[in-house]
Design a protein around this ligand. Sequence first.
Ligand SMILES: Cc1ncc(COP(=O)(O)O)c(C=O)c1O
Length: 457
Amino acid sequence: MRDRILGLDRQTPLLDGSTVTYINLDNGASTPPMMDSVEALEKFMPYYSSVHRGTGFKSRLSTRVFDETRNILAEFVKADLEKNTIIFGKNASEALNKLSHALPHGKECVVMTTRMEHHSNDLPWRDHYKVVHVDVLPDGRLDEEDFDRKLALHKKNLALVTVAGAANVTGYLQPIHRLARKVHEAGSMILIDAAQLAPHREINMLPDHHPEHLDFIALAGHKMYAPYGTGCIIGPKKVFMTCAPDYSGGGTVNVVTPDEVYWADLPDKEEAGSPNVPGAIAMAASAKALMKRTMKKIEEHEVRLTKYSLNRLKEVPGMTIYGESDPEKLDRVGVIPFNVKGIHHSLLAAILGYEGGIGVRSGCFCAHPYVVTLLGLTDEEAEAWRTDFLNGDKSKMPGMVRMSLGCYSNEEDVDRLVAMLKKIAAGDYSGEYEVVRETGEYIPKGYIEPFDEYFTF
Ligand SMILES: Cc1ncc(COP(=O)(O)O)c(C=O)c1O
């Protein structure tokens, strides 16, 4: 895979003025582009033109290629496009918001989600539904007994159950098909937020009549090696057919009179305005490449590397790994949150970046309630940082550092991370860092980034 990822050879600057090959261990946030998506765009862009309404050859070709992207993404998750539709938006958040508008709603309708979700699979539901959160166990795993209890309690008013296929903080994989069976037995539907799952594991929605069928899937191109601004929601046509679009406008209609509107068929009704054709092409090209190299092989590689990472991280003095730290427990993807005793998470991440050339992420990863639970904060502690934060002081925000693997990550990446963590744990770093109260970031005093040497317009 390493030959097929753009920019892995790039040198980036360090605080001491030297340069080093950059290591991206922040794939959980966004993955770099895969050459397959870059090459598909290079080939396609000279022909780029308006889709659906244009009559010239380039428009006809663009329309065909754009339509073909849906077939490829359907194949990627084994969706039946006779009964389901694929609606593009700009990312997973937009996909989830779109569904929150499309389902029948009202404050008496319940959406059941979990305490380990990314905010994007929690907040959109809060506006339109009564949201019930399934608890997590002390190790951060889903409390399936609580899931069963709440499912039985709310099944009469349940509009949807929604869970992340893989958690973005701990990497836990959910038993999505088992949960789907339970949800269907309760007479409801299940959405899998697969933003974090799709780059790591094969997804199979299964036939619509199957008891373990996944009703809805949300995907994000930028986490699937196609960072060109596209995501999508995949789900039953009948759900999207019965509602007015969340955004109306060009392309969403069949007929408009001065007083009436007759909506277009799916997916056009739900994709107002000119779509992001290059984004969809990049996402489809990347999905095709992942299928060709096979998700099974990617999984095998990642399982090996996750074990390796967990074992190596434990060599760092003062290391705390959150969630599962046993390398033999396999219900997780290669996303590992940790802290090193005595060093603020944000400072640790900053030193890794400025002095190690290693990209990670720190903080709460858009999952505040889950991180607070994993850190074991008391209600008073949690309340105290929220108050500081809301008063403009983000420096006291609790959190962790997260390393997240991509399909191209290797032992060398992990070795460099661990070597750097050991140095930092021993106090062996050179920068004098100051914290910016308003952002919570640590910045080396007096350092001016040489950005212009790397990119200017
Ligand atoms: C599990 C999960 N869901 C949803 C999102 C939101 O994705 P996007 O940035 O594509 O809107 C993320 C992003 O990190 C995520 O990890």
